[in-house]
Design a protein around this ligand. Structure first.
Ligand SMILES: NC(=O)c1ccc[n+]([C@@H]2O[C@H](COP(=O)([O-])OP(=O)(O)OC[C@H]3O[C@@H](n4cnc5c(N)ncnc54)[C@H](O)[C@@H]3O)[C@@H](O)[C@H]2O)c1
Ligand SMILES: C[N+](C)(C)CC=O
Length: 489
């Protein structure tokens, strides 16, 4: 098997140490690729290349239109190769190919969006209070950006960072999750094909403890953008203080999904499932905390459980598969322990709560879609991000209690509210402390609207105009058109 390489300073290179890593398919643990396993030395080379390309190269001063055009070419190449990319993503993560196809459409859309946005902000003229002066505010690239991504949406999360960073004129070093690098490697091939100048975008493969730490601490990196778990985020925040890097953190969520009695019942049941069981619940914004109005609680749970029992588990490559495996044995063990803790605390398993018994699934990291009832806000299953196919159900008596339960979390990434009463929905939205709130929908995101978290779900925003601004510095240019001595001294 050929070793897939890193991309540093415009060249495909093995790790300096010669080390490699096997990438496995979580459906059956088959080795699907062998990739270079870089470490801090490879990261340093890539940082030097990105620094040099930013300080000495033309990219930062290339016109925004030209940069946007190049980002647009990358979008077109992703569109061209989307089927290959979708299959690679499913091999690497276990998610269904249908889900991966959706991701690839979104990813091409993100590149297209930033291609268009690149040259739309030509700066702002300020009405200067000083006579005979011109005051202008312009946007410039931040510099060298370190970008670190997780395993659950490998290329989608990478695209939210790569496209705006390039459109804004930065140079970068990307470190994908060490267990799911395949689609990111492929997109670097496409960026090379698109003609990106050498050193502008660099790819280093390896662990967080080596490559990730180097990107976060190295003083030649000006900005670090991280998507991943809260504990890693806190650590990166500390490391980034070395040279006061600009910091963007997209962390976890423990997202409430409030169901009022006057919601469209069947749609709310259906979407409560969609909000969690796509990609086996390994979604930062999964609506795992279902909070149901008392009067419909029992009927809602009954309908939910009946539907959840029918979810078909299998290979992401089989058409009738609705849910694939978890990413790894380590993660499966965590999800099992998370459910066991909930049960010890008094939660009841209404469905699931174990590994499937189907012999065809025994080599994969499968866990049954699970609904836990009789949950209360003090339980660990309600407070901690399980990141698996598990719904906890709580009940509420009135709107005030629903909001209190929804906000009772250290996280604030996303939330949902289901009701036909639009005034009530708007009252709830105004009180829900989350970066995204869906009314009568779940888990919707698109390039035009910003994404990010309140509270400990993160700092900053990706997507939309704010997603470009994360990668820009703001400069005030003050021009005295009639300079003369002031004779103070
Ligand atoms: N807010 C969002 O938009 C969003 C999106 C996707 C995932 N997530 C979150 O990501 C988490 C799951 O992903 P994960 O398990 O890959 O997270 P993780 O924090 O374990 O790893 C994420 C990335 O950080 C790297 N890393 C690990 N230790 C590091 C260190 N010390 N320094 C620098 N980098 C380091 C990893 O190698 C990986 O590339 C969940 O909490 C999920 O909610 C959030
Ligand atoms: C941000 N999102 C929803 C695409 C993936 C979260 O894990």
């Amino acid at each position: 098997m050929d070793v897939k390489k890193q991309y540093i300073n415009g060249k495909w290179v093995l790790a300096l140490s010669g080390e490699t890593r096997e990438i496995i398919n979580p459906f059956d643990q088959e080795v699907v690729a062998l990739v270079a396993e870089g470490n801090e030395k490879d990261a340093k080379l890539a940082i030097d290349a990105a620094r040099n390309a930013f300080d000495q190269g033309d990219w930062a001063t290339t016109s925004a239109t030209e940069r946007g055009n190049l980002v647009g070419v990358i979008a077109a190449l992703i569109e061209r190769d989307k089927e290959e990319l979708a299959e690679l993503e499913s091999l690497d993560t276990g998610k269904t190919v249908e889900e991966s196809r959706g991701d690839m459409e979104d990813i091409a859309g993100v590149f297209r969006y930033y291609a268009e946005l690149a040259d739309k902000d030509g700066g702002e003229i300020i009405d200067s209070p000083v006579p005979d002066t011109i005051s202008k505010v312009v946007k410039e690239p931040v510099g060298v950006c370190g970008q670190i991504t997780p395993w659950n949406y490998p290329l989608l999360q990478a695209s939210w960072k790569l496209a705006p960073a390039l459109a804004a004129g930065n140079t970068l070093i990307m470190k994908p999750s060490e267990i799911t690098p395949l689609t990111t490697i492929k997109v670097f091939e496409l960026m090379e094909e698109a003609g990106l100048p050498k050193g502008v975008a660099n790819l280093v493969l390896g662990t967080g403890a080596t490559v990730g730490e180097e990107l976060s601490t190295n003083e030649n990196v000006d900005l670090i953008s991280f998507t991943g778990g809260i504990e890693t985020g806190k650590r990166i925040m500390r490391s980034a203080s070395s040279n006061v890097k600009k910091l963007a953190l997209e962390l976890g969520g423990k997202n409430p999904n409030i169901i009022f009695a006057d919601a469209d019942f069947d749609t709310a049941v259906d979407q409560a499932m969609n909000a969690v069981f796509f990609h086996a619940g390994q979604i930062c914004s999964a609506g795992t905390r279902v909070i149901v109005e008392e009067s419909i609680h029992d009927a809602f749970v009954e309908a939910l459980v009946a539907r959840v029992k029918k979810i078909h588990l299998g290979s992401g490559f089989e058409e009738d598969t609705q849910m694939g495996p978890l990413i790894s044995q380590e993660h499966l063990d965590k999800v099992k322990a998370y459910v066991e803790d909930g049960v010890k605390e008094g939660a009841k398993v209404a469905v699931g709560g174990s590994r499937p018994t189907d012999p065809k699934l025994q080599n994969g990291f499968f866990y049954l879609p699970t609904v836990l009832t009789e949950c209360t806000t003090d339980m660990s299953v309600v407070q901690h991000e399980g990141f698996g196919p598990v719904i906890t159900v709580e009940r509420f008596r009135d709107e005030k209690e629903a909001i209190r339960l929804a906000n009772d979390s250290i996280y604030g990434l996303a939330g949902g509210v289901w009701t036909k009463d639009i005034t009530k929905a708007q009252r709830c939205v105004a009180k829900m402390r989350m970066g995204t709130v869906w009314i009568n929908d779940a888990n919707v995101y698109f390039p035009h609207a910003p994404w990010g978290g309140f509270k400990q779900s993160g700092i900053g925003r990706e997507l939309g105009k704010p997603g470009l601004e994360e990668y820009q510095e703001t400069k005030h240019v003050y021009h005295n058109i009639n300079p003369e001595p002031i004779n103070w001294f």
